[in-house]
Design a protein around this ligand. Structure first.
Ligand SMILES: [Zn+2]
Length: 244
């Protein structure tokens, strides 16, 4: 939490923080409404985790999953990779899975897939019975298009997909927005924080240079949000701007 947040010193919040150390900066929605504040989350509630690495002719491409420590439960955005299959390595790419720690996996209450390419959904199998939010179009394409993903990593025993046709608020302050381009069913996650919106952008761009071209509807949307943006394959977080 930033020290100048208007609710920083309320007794109520101090008590809440003591009684639940997991929740660093939660303001109950009713309390927030009274104070005219919509945000229930802080930027510190967003975490990054390296969940895959790909090596190709000397280059390394990291893959990150993001978490949101929401008062209603831990949200995981993209599940990275937990293993390999020969099918993904026949074009010279060398993929290294980097599974999330068990402690984190056990706390996940909600999963979001920005899209279903295998390096974003390879860990979905760790979450049978846990709601996995995805755009309906994305799931349909993953199930029907050739060479789209590793289909067994998408559909597994206990897979519980929640399909969306467009925008959805899945928890207070956590919204899904369709951001097509990289795939037709690609979506981003917008987290409302006390410092404004934060974008978890998945593969809306492989790099900020690519994102800042603004040449897909998804990239245009993210540029219009003018918010700190996380990209799945870039360690740095920044506010992107359209390149002229
Ligand atoms: Zn992708």
């Amino acid at each position: 939490m930033s020290p100048d947040a208007p609710w920083a010193e309320t007794d109520e919040l101090r008590v809440a923080k003591r009684s639940n150390p997991q929740i660093k900066s939660y303001v109950r929605p009713e309390e927030a409404a009274e104070k005219g504040v919509k945000a229930v989350l802080s930027h510190d509630d967003i975490g990054r985790h390296l969940t895959s690495e790909m090596f190709f002719s000397g280059d390394r491409l990291p893959g990150f999953s993001d978490t949101i420590e929401h008062p209603d439960g831990l949200v995981l955005v993209d599940t990275g990779m937990i293993d390999r299959t020969p099918a993904i390595e026949d074009d010279g790419e060398e993929w290294h899975p980097n599974p999330l720690p068990d402690e984190l996996v056990s706390r996940v209450a909600v999963v979001v897939n920005t899209h279903l390419h295998f390096d974003h959904c390879g860990g979905n199998r760790l979450f049978p019975g846990i709601p996995i939010h995805v755009q309906r179009r994305e799931l349909a394409d993953a199930r029907t298009e050739d060479d789209y993903t590793v289909r067994e990593w998408v559909d597994f025993p206990g897979a519980t997909y929640v399909e969306h046709d467009g925008e959805a608020e899945i928890l207070p302050g956590v919204r899904l927005l369709p951001a097509p381009g990289h795939t037709a069913g690609h979506q981003i996650v917008v987290v409302e924080t006390d410092e404004g919106p934060v974008v978890l952008g998945g593969d809306v761009g492989d790099s900020f240079e690519e994102l800042e071209r603004g040449d897909t509807p998804g990239r245009q949307l993210v540029l219009e949000l003018v918010a700190p943006t996380y990209l799945a394959h870039v360690a740095e977080v920044r506010v992107p701007h359209l390149r002229s």
